[in-house]
Design a protein around this ligand. Structure first.
Ligand SMILES: Nc1nc2c(ncn2[C@@H]2O[C@H](COP(=O)(O)OP(=O)(O)OP(=O)(O)O)[C@@H](O)[C@H]2O)c(=O)[nH]1
Ligand SMILES: [Mg+2]
Length: 376
C-alpha cells in the first residue's frame, strides 16, 4: 500500500492533490483541520486497484477514527453544493448571453432589411432616418414617408429644417375641404364608399348638424335598396330629425326625388356599399347618378392600411369625388392612412367621424392637429 499525507488550504485542493498523486481509486484514511485554515488528508492507494465502484455510503456511515469527520464531510458537501450552484449559474448566463446575442443579430438584420426597403444607406441619411421612422410609426407608408422627407430635405441644412418642411407638406395635404353642411348654394351630396364604413350614420350626423346648427332645409334620399333594412335606417333618421325623405331605387327615381326636393338647401343621398375592387359596385354608382347634379363624397375608414386606402380612393375617383369623409377615427391607432388618402390627389377631407353617436360624433378636420397626430 502506498500511503501519503496531503496538506492544502481547502479540502478541494487537497482532494485534487490526492487524485493527481494516487489516482481516482485512492482511499482516504483520515482527514483533519490543521488550524490557520489548512486541512490534511492521509490517503493510500493500492498498487493493484480494485475495479469495483467504491461504496461512498459506507464512508459516510463510518465512525472509526480514520473516517472523514462530520465537520469535514459537511464542509465538502457545502463546497460541492456551491460548485453545483456556480455551474448552474454559469450555464444559465451562457444561454441568456447566447439568446440575447441571437435576438440582437435578428433585430439588426430586420432593421437592415427595413432600411434597404426604405432606401436608407449610409451616414448621409442620419438626419432623415429619425423623421422617416416617426412618420412610419404614425402609419404613413414607408415610401411616402421617404418621399416627404427627401423633398423637405432638399433645401434644409439641419434635421429641424427637414422636420419643419415635412410638417408644412403634411399641413398642406391635410388642409380641409368645406364642410358638407356649409355650402352656400343648394347642393346634393351622395355618401359613397365600401360596405360598413359608416355612410348612413355619417349621413344622419350631417343631416342633423345642417338642420339644427346651420339652419338648412335638409331632405334625405334612401338609394340603398340593396341591403335589407337600408331604407328603414334612413326613414328612422328622417323621422327622428323631422325632415322629408324618399326612396330611390334607381337613377330615374333619384331624378324624381331631386325634383321633389328642389327647394331643399341640402339633399343627402344614402347609397349602398360595394367592394371597391369590383367594377360592378362602381358601375352601380355611375348608373345611379348619371347626368344628375350629385356630388359624391367618399367615406373611408381611418384604420384602413395606407396603401389600400390610396388605391381605393383612386378607384372611386374615376367616377368623380368631391371630398373625403374619414370615418371611425376613434377606432384608429394611427392616422397615417389619412395622408395616403389625399396624397397625390387634389382631394381634401371634409369631415372626420369620431364615434357612433348621432349627431355629435363628427368634426371638420384641423390640419395642424392631424399633422401632429400623424407625426406623433
Ligand atoms: N366607432 C365608430 N363606429 C361608427 C362610426 N360611424 C359609424 N359607425 C358604426 O359603423 C357601423 C356601420 O355603420 P353604417 O352607417 O350602417 O355603415 P354603412 O357604410 O352605411 O354600411 P352599409 O350601408 O352596410 O354599407 C354601425 O355600427 C355604426 O354605428 C364612427 O365614427 N365610429
Ligand atoms: Mg348604409
Amino acid at each position: 500500500m502506498n500511503m501519503q499525507t496531503f496538506r492544502a488550504a481547502t479540502m478541494r485542493e487537497a482532494m485534487n492533490m490526492v487524485k493527481a498523486e494516487l489516482g481516482a481509486e485512492a482511499v482516504l484514511l483520515s482527514t483533519r483541520e490543521l488550524g490557520s485554515g489548512r486541512v490534511e488528508i492521509v490517503a493510500a492507494s493500492d498498487p493493484q486497484p480494485k475495479t469495483s465502484v467504491p461504496d461512498f455510503s459506507r464512508i459516510a456511515r463510518n465512525t472509526s477514527p480514520t473516517a472523514v469527520s462530520p465537520e469535514i464531510l459537511n464542509s465538502m458537501l457545502t463546497e460541492l453544493q456551491e460548485m453545483r450552484m456556480e455551474i448552474k449559474q454559469l450555464r444559465s448566463e451562457k444561454s441568456v448571453a447566447r439568446r440575447s446575442r441571437q435576438d440582437w443579430d435578428r433585430m439588426v438584420d430586420e432593421l437592415r432589411d427595413l432600411a434597404s426597403v426604405m432606401g436608407i444607406h449610409g451616414a448621409e441619411d442620419a438626419q432623415a432616418a429619425p423623421i422617416i421612422t416617426r412618420l412610419v410609426r404614425g402609419g404613413v407608408e414607408a415610401c411616402l414617408a421617404r418621399t416627404l422627407v427627401e423633398q423637405a430635405s432638399q433645401n434644409a441644412r439641419t434635421a429641424s429644417d427637414t422636420l419643419w418642411g415635412v410638417k408644412q407638406s403634411l399641413e398642406d395635404a391635410l388642409s380641409p375641404a368645406p364642410a358638407i353642411w356649409d355650402s352656400s348654394s343648394r347642393s346634393v351630396a351622395a355618401l359613397i364608399g365600401p360596405t360598413g364604413v359608416g355612410k348612413t350614420t355619417t349621413l344622419a350626423k350631417i343631416a342633423a348638424q345642417a338642420t339644427f346648427y346651420h339652419g338648412k332645409k335638409v331632405a334625405l334620399v334612401a338609394a340603398d335598396t340593396y341591403r335589407i333594412g337600408g331604407t328603414e335606417q334612413v326613414k328612422t333618421y328622417a323621422e327622428l330629425l323631422g325632415i322629408p325623405w324618399m326612396v330611390a331605387e334607381n337613377r330615374n327615381a333619384l331624378a324624381g326625388a331631386l325634383k321633389r326636393f328642389e327647394r331643399a338647401d341640402l339633399v343627402l343621398v344614402d347609397t349602398s356599399g360595394h367592394s371597391p375592387w369590383q367594377d360592378s359596385g362602381l358601375a352601380y354608382l355611375d348608373t345611379l347618378t348619371s347626368g344628375l347634379p350629385v356630388e359624391r363624397h367618399l367615406c373611408v375608414m381611418a384604420n384602413t392600411d395606407g396603401a389600400d386606402v390610396s388605391r381605393m380612393v383612386e378607384r372611386y375617383r374615376s367616377g368623380g369625388v368631391k371630398s373625403l369623409v374619414v370615418t371611425k377615427t376613434d377606432e384608429a391607432r394611427r392616422m397615417g392612412s389619412m395622408l395616403s388618402s389625399v396624397w397625390g390627389t387634389d382631394l381634401q377631407i371634409a369631415h372626420l367621424t369620431t364615434g357612433q353617436n348621432v349627431p355629435e360624433d363628427i368634426t371638420v378636420p384641423n390640419a395642424q392637429k392631424l399633422t401632429q397626430a400623424v407625426l406623433g
